[in-house]
Design a protein around this ligand. Sequence first.
Ligand code: HPA
Ligand code: ZN
Length: 386
Amino acid sequence: MLRFLSAIVFAGLLLSGCATQGAQEDGAANAMHAYLAGMPKAELHLHLEGTLSPETTVRITRRNGLDYFTTVEEVKQSLASRPPGLMGFLAHHFKSQEVMQTRQDFYDATYKLAETLADNNIVYVDVFFDPQAHTTRGVSFADMFEGIDAGRVDAEAAFGVTINLIMCIQRERSVESALEMLDQAAPFRSRIIGLGMDSGPEYGNPPVKFRDVYSRAREEGYFLTGHHDVDVRDSIKHIWQSLDVIGMDRIDHGLNASDDDELTKELARRGICLTGSPVMRSTDPAPQDVDRIMALDSAGVCVSLNSDDPEEFESGYLTNMLILFQGASGYSRADMTRLMLNAFNSIWGTTTDKNAYIAALKSYAAAHDVVWGEVMSADDSDKAAE
Ligand code: HPA
Ligand code: ZN
């Protein structure tokens, strides 16, 4: 009997030990999530057209009297059934953005996006938009742009988030069409910070195809960036073109660089930043490309985390994506803060603005016992020690 009782007591102690350990782990995870949620953030790779929620899509559809995407279920079904890969993703992406037709639609999409960004403690964002996707179906550049820009101005005032706009070339379209887009954008030049390139397929539409467009954009004062989607044929060659022929200021995605030592070293040497986007779909076991991001980070490449098309991926908006990435990588608070520091360092703003954002990040980290020396990459720490 005594033996039986002590076995019960022992089992009880074991269980309470397990429960205590489980509670401690939950507590640590919750503390990490709270740290990531509260952290002041920047996001540099976010497509306006990928931020239409099913509810907003349906609201705009009904307002415009369209006969598709008339229910939230229909939008969700189209998302869930899209084929894997970039082109499958783009099929849904193009269809859903076509609901936007009037200036008011573009205004609403932008304003609603900024509200969600503020909930994620995002203080700075670069938003991509695809003019050709809209002008080629009859929307005027002015209506589209004035809608987006008015939404941006009102949202900045309401939510305190700074928004810059990057207009993208759709790479499958012609060079002439891209040059025409630059012409149409000329009256709005001062309100568009950069020129990017997206859509697809990428293979067959390399960065050099748009060499003349980028060179004219550079002369007109745009910053330059462009998509290098992951695991696309010739991705590494495309990244070299963007560095050496186009002279891009940033590289979107570009995570295949981690497969090539020479390219990795060159990105680190030149301080060119990548906007990584480890999104997740219901079919993915974990966010994509975590290993590549970690490899680039440990090689001293400036890589940031971004949500890309948050309404079209299960990973959603940035706070959730950071939580997923941290869970998959096991990164510490200091490591996660370094990735966010990379984003602030990649902003195309004035040094004063950049320093103010970084100071805010630094004081947030300090208030949560994060040692700044552990945040900086080995490369930066060497520089600081000099
Ligand atoms: N790649 C290419 N085109 C896109 C993307 C992307 O990640 N998101 C929206 N359009
Ligand atoms: Zn993208």
